[in-house]
Write a protein that binds this ligand. Structure first.
Ligand SMILES: *Cc1c(COP(=O)(O)O)cnc(C)c1O
Length: 404
């Protein structure tokens, strides 16, 4: 291919090389998204300075980039943490915490009712490396005391569990882990802004930013926050195992954070109204919501949290009833097995999040195919009420499954 008189480079070369950025005397109000993977280093003095931490800047995106840093700094500030690190998903954040905290021969205590994949991460993966685990009831610190061993290095708990929305006694658990030097990690995915686990005595707080923080079901991202010492241990695990976050997802999540407080407030307000209204519906056997006085953790939720969360779980009987309601809600409240969107969605724990668990675990945790977990969004609550009422109508005609 040719070159020109005014430009000696051939067209292939011009295609291959990066165009210089366009100059601007102003800077955009919102930092522009940079998808660049690698930095251009001026000389060997600069590369030494970058690696030795005397200069800040992009070297290679897996090891860190501006969008991950900007997002992590805001999370650290919201959680009252010294530092935070972004990861490619919520599971990547959990994996990084487990890998940083545990070695072969160590023991981890897991709260009963954790996100299904979290249990499987330990049960199916970490046990292959000689890690052992036990389950405990996060609403009764005494039950944690019973499973602690001299090998216990980590306790893992969720602020609000899925789908029964049990509120963990995190201060009570911390009173056991702190004096023993055991790390307490809290998955705070269901409770962003409703409370700060680090102030309750936790050592690490984890979010799946895929959910409420992102808020629009269009990114996959995780983050872990804690002391500088902990993040200095976790960051090399993230970068060497390749658990890092992509710039686009961080940029979108930073945009999501701008409206997080408003979204959480509205979703919690809607959820409380709906929970109260559905409680009196003749076809609903039970409503699980920490904001209701009937919920076993209502008192703890009142003392610990500034709101009761955006999740509401309905017990409609059995699988045929759940199927009936899910079909009748189609096109209005979709069956979409995630949570935290601007729009209300629903999930069916028995066939999705808790699918990988053993039936005996379900029974002990009170999970069954008649449960529908709603993730309440930002709609007008009267519209949601009307849609749910319409879907519940006629439920009495659906035959119950044979009792086990
Ligand atoms: C979704 C979720 C995770 C996992 O997060 P991903 O971003 O999907 O990897 C972990 N914990 C809880 C409570 C979740 O809801």
């Amino acid at each position: 291919m040719p070159s020109d008189d005014f430009n000696p480079l051939r067209l292939q070369t011009r295609c291959a090389r990066v165009q210089e950025p366009v100059n601007s005397a102003t800077r955009p109000l919102v930092p522009p998204l940079s998808l660049g993977v690698v930095g251009v280093v001026s000389d060997l003095e600069q590369i030494d300075a970058l690696y030795e931490g005397r200069a800040e800047g992009l070297i290679y995106a897996r090891d860190g980039h501006a969008e991950a840093e900007r997002f992590a700094r805001k999370i650290a500030s919201l959680e009252g943490a010294e530092a935070a690190w972004a990861t490619g998903s919520g599971m990547a954040a959990e994996a990084a915490v487990f890998l940083a905290a545990l070695s072969g021969g160590d023991h981890v205590a897991l709260a009963e009712g954790l996100y299904g994949k979290t249990i499987r991460l330990v049960r199916d993966q970490l046990t292959r490396f000689g890690v052992s685990y036990d389950l405990f009831d996060p609403t009764h610190p005494k039950s944690l005391e019973q499973v602690l061993t001299p090998a216990t290095k980590l306790v893992f708990v969720e602020t609000i569990s899925n789908p029964l929305l049990r509120v963990a006694d995190i201060p009570g658990l911390a009173a056991l882990t702190r004096p023993r030097g055991i790390a307490l990690a809290v998955d705070h995915t269901f409770g962003p802004l409703l409370g700060r686990p680090l102030t309750w005595g936790a050592d690490l707080v984890i979010h799946s930013a895929t959910k409420l923080i992102g808020g629009h079901s269009d990114l996959t991202l995780g983050v872990v926050a804690g002391s500088r010492g902990w993040i200095d241990r976790i960051a090399p695990v993230v970068t060497t195992f390749g658990l890092s976050a992509a710039p686009m997802d961080c940029w979108l999540a930073s945009r999501g954070l701008a409206t997080l407080a408003l979204r959480v407030e509205r979703a919690c307000a809607n959820a409380l109204i709906l929970a109260r209204r559905l409680q009196t519906h003749p076809q609903v056997r039970a409503v699980h919501y920490p904001g209701l006085e009937s919920h076993p953790d209502h008192q703890r939720a009142c003392t610990l949290l500034s709101g009761f969360g955006a999740m509401v779980t309905l017990d409609v009987g059995g699988r045929p009833q759940a199927d009936h309601v899910i079909r009748r809600l189609a096109g209005r409240i979709p069956f979409a097995p995630s949570l935290g969107d601007t729009a209300t969605t629903l999930s069916h724990p028995a066939t999705t999040s808790h699918r990988g668990l053993r039936p005996e675990d379900w029974a002990r945790q009170g999970i069954h195919p008649g449960l529908i977990r709603l993730s309440i969004g930002l709609e007008a609550v009267d519209d949601l009420t009307a849609e749910l009422n319409a879907a519940l109508d006629g439920l009495e005609a659906v035959p119950l499954p044979p009792s086990p």
